[in-house]
Design a binder for this molecule. Structure first.
Ligand code: UDP
Length: 331
């Protein structure tokens, strides 16, 4: 990435008050960008951007992207240079509870974000997901793999809305010559991840600190590859200024089973919680591991924080949340 490429650029981040979005906003501000954060607070929270909001180059717009007004999107920052579209209902707990909302924001929200980017001739970065691969039949998953998604299963509302978003993004590239970059984000974890949204890393950490049993779904042999939030954000920032349409996998290729994760969480917290087995949700992918060759070649990116280190940092944050003494994070 060209140093200084984002200095004074107007970057609009949809879903900017979420776990990933708020960390991204802080990184963009540190790069000298002027940042507009758009969030409807359905799963994100203005509390995540309290530190960012102390910087005058930061604007927060509480709105649903699906009907985001162009004047509100630009505000005092004017024409948008880069639009990074993160807004989505990304946690299984939330998208299973709000299936129609998930489909609407994934489709109408993405179309509106694309229109706004096209109007301003901005670069459009889509935060897609490893879920486009569904219950993958190949591992690790390269970008050329088209996926194995059950279109009528419960997870389809998220998976298919992201597949639609990728199709829409490439349609704008073909028909409107929009400058686009698609990243497929694999499981990401770190501070600010909501403790109650069912995601496995924070669920296990909270259970461990509370001395509750760790709930491994199924036999725990299913795998995931966990990328620390700062690494994922570095990839998003690189994509914001790259001359690369993607799709590009962004994730940590270190693949572990959920049983192994439970053991690592017990080690990181020093907890003596027991491990119990509960039902495996329908369509839960058996294996997930990114092939990141393309990210290394096109973005010069690879993850730097290993699981032990990332888990230690996240464990400390979860403990502070539980104790009600979370220190403010951010720049
Ligand atoms: N999981 C688990 N216990 C939990 C929550 C999740 O064993 O309390 C498993 C889940 O079945 C899945 C993996 O952890 O195989 C990752 O789930 P998560 O919801 O974090 O993300 P996903 O990759 O499924 O979107």
């Amino acid at each position: 990435m060209t140093p200084g490429a984002l200095t004074d650029a107007h970057v609009l981040v949809t879903g900017g008050a979420g776990f990933l979005g708020s960390t991204l906003c802080e990184s963009l501000l540190a790069s000298g960008a002027r940042v507009t954060c758009v969030d409807d607070e359905s799963t994100g929270s203005a509390a995540n951007v309290v530190a960012a909001a102390r910087i005058p180059r930061f604007r927060l717009v509480i709105a649903d992207v699906s009907d985001l007004d162009a004047a509100d999107a630009r505000g005092g920052h004017g024409r948008i240079d880069v639009l990074i579209h993160l807004a989505a209902t990304a946690s299984p707990v939330h998208y299973l509870r709000m299936p129609v909302h998930t489909l609407r924001s994934g489709s109408a929200g993405t179309m509106r974000a694309l229109e706004l980017a096209a109007e301003d001739d901005a670069r459009f970065v889509l935060a897609s997901t490893s879920e486009v691969y569904g219950d993958a039949e190949v591992t690790p998953q390269p970008e050329e793999y088209w996926g194995n998604v059950n279109p009528i299963g419960p997870r389809a509302v998220y998976d298919e809305s992201k597949r639609f978003s990728e199709a829409a993004t490439f349609a704008f590239r073909r028909s409107r010559d929009l400058d686009v970059g698609v990243v497929r984000i694999f499981n990401t974890y770190g501070p600010r991840m909501a403790l109650d949204d069912g995601r496995v890393v924070t669920t296990f950490l909270a259970q461990a600190w509370r001395g509750e049993p760790l709930t491994v779904q199924g036999d725990g042999s299913q795998t995931r590859s966990f990328c620390y939030v700062d690494d994922t954000v570095r990839a998003l920032v690189a994509m914001a200024t790259a001359d690369e349409p993607g799709p590009v996998n962004v994730g940590n290729p270190h693949e572990i089973t959920m049983l192994e994760l439970a053991e690592q969480v017990l080690k990181a917290t020093g907890s003596h919680s027991e491990v119990v087995h509960v039902d495996l949700p329908q369509d839960d992918p058996a294996r997930r591991c990114p092939d990141i060759t393309r990210a290394m070649e096109t973005l010069g990116w690879k993850p730097e924080v290993d699981l032990e280190d990332g888990l230690a940092r996240t464990a400390a944050w979860v403990r502070d949340q539980i104790n009600g003494a979370a220190p403010p994070t951010g720049p």
